[in-house]
Design a protein around this ligand. Structure first.
Ligand code: AKG
Ligand code: FE2
Length: 217
């Protein structure tokens, strides 16, 4: 993928408090591998929970009930121990990590994200997320690089794969897609557009905008 600064991240969930390590959310990249690195045996909390219904339905259930019922609506990932990983469609599945109430050591997980290589597929990456997490001098280049990589793929289709018999509408669709992607990127980087996404705030039991302070420690 085209995010060299964001190939992976390490999440640290400190012990104590009742704030979730990561509130209910979906990821902006298609797939994610989460490997647990610390010893969570005997811990209370610090669990990765995944909604079993589609994300929209799960969000509705959360707003109505404040929680998802274990079993039918939600399951807890049972890691056998440190070094085990799950691979999931993080952009489709609503998930969270509960507060670490007590544990032998802080909860440490290694998160590697992956995206499809088909540049004509949807790209859900959000500039706001890079601005929140990356240093100021990195975010714009990181995001522009990803979008440029996708547009390069679109142009490559016309240069190397479209035949002379290609339907003109198809060619226009590719050009329009590339123009839209670049225009949107320009507006985001210029600060004229905001693509911040909501997450589920467990205190207010409602959708909130992302935390402004960095969630990484
Ligand atoms: O640390 C975990 O188990 C999952 C973290 C997560 O969902 C994320 O970083 O997006
Ligand atoms: Fe996630």
């Amino acid at each position: 993928m085209a995010f060299p600064m964001n190939y992976g991240q390490v999440n640290v969930g400190h012990i104590g408090g009742d704030r979730p390590v990561d509130a209910w959310h979906i990821d902006s990249l298609d797939f994610v591998m989460v490997m647990i690195l610390s010893d969570m045996s005997g811990a209370d909390g610090g669990e990765l929970q995944v909604a079993l219904k589609d994300a929209q339905t799960a969000k509705r259930q959360l707003s109505t009930n404040g929680e998802l019922a274990s079993g039918e609506e939600m399951m807890t990932v049972a890691y056998p121990g440190a070094g085990y990983a799950i691979f999931m469609q993080g952009a489709k599945i609503l998930h969270r990590v509960t507060a670490v109430k007590s544990a032998k050591e802080p909860r440490i997980s290694m998160v590697n994200s992956y995206m499809r290589t088909n540049v004509f597929g949807a790209d859900n990456t959000k500039f706001s997320m890079f601005e929140e997490i990356d240093p100021k001098h990195v975010a714009a280049v990181e995001f522009a690089r990803q979008k440029s990589w996708r547009v390069k793929g679109m142009m490559d289709y016309i240069i190397n794969h479209a035949s002379y018999g290609e339907d003109r509408t198809d060619v226009l669709n590719v050009l329009n897609g590339a123009i839209e992607e670049l225009t949107s990127t320009r507006e985001l980087l210029a600060g004229r557009k905001n693509d911040a996404v909501g997450y589920f705030d467990e205190k207010t039991k409602s959708e909130a905008m992302r935390m402004t302070e960095p969630k990484l420690v």
